[in-house]
Ligand binder design. Structure first.
Ligand SMILES: Nc1ncnc2c1ncn2[C@@H]1O[C@H](COP(=O)(O)OP(=O)(O)OP(=O)(O)O)[C@@H](O)[C@H]1O
Ligand SMILES: [Mg+2]
Length: 133
């Protein structure tokens, strides 16, 4: 029975049979209030990404690519829909999900190593503050 299903399934369905989704985006919508009115940036977007799958989001400027990436990163919240990373709901930023920003986001007074260490030092400070050390 499984063989019969596989023979007639799409490549995406085959991937889902072999590996559960690393990232599962289900019916995600997001709109913004702008000076000229409400902008619907994402309208019920669904996408599954398997382990080791390489995916490019391609589209015209303003079609919602960065909005989608920000939601996956946990930097923005969707108005509706869900994002699961490794089966767990994305509710905020996490170390297992990284975003490379489109704009330069470096501290120009630090070298490369200093820029990398900055976030780690901040995380250590936060952890210390939480534990009272
Ligand atoms: N914080 C915001 N406030 C108001 N409108 C926003 C905000 N963020 C995004 N938008 C609008 O949502 C739409 C999608 O923007 P987004 O930045 O996701 O597009 P994009 O596909 O990444 O574009 P680009 O290719 O230019 O980077 C655009 O119309 C944009 O103006
Ligand atoms: Mg963008």
């Amino acid at each position: 029975m499984l063989r019969a299903v596989r023979r007639h399934s799409s490549a995406t369905e085959e991937l889902q049979i072999i590996a559960p989704s690393k990232l599962a985006i289900e019916n995600v919508s997001k709109s913004f209030q702008s000076a000229s009115g409400i902008v619907l940036a994402l309208d019920r977007v669904s996408l599954n990404v398997a382990e080791a799958e390489f995916v490019c989001l391609v589209g015209a400027s303003g079609c919602g690519k960065t909005t989608m990436l920000n939601i996956i990163a946990g930097l923005e919240k969707p108005d509706s829909g869900t994002v699961l990373a490794d089966g767990k709901p994305v509710t905020g930023p996490g170390r297992e999900r990284l975003v490379m920003f489109q704009e330069p986001a470096l501290f120009p007074w630090l070298d490369v190593f200093g820029n990398v260490l900055f976030g780690l030092n901040e995380a250590a400070c936060l952890a210390g503050a939480r534990s009272g050390t």
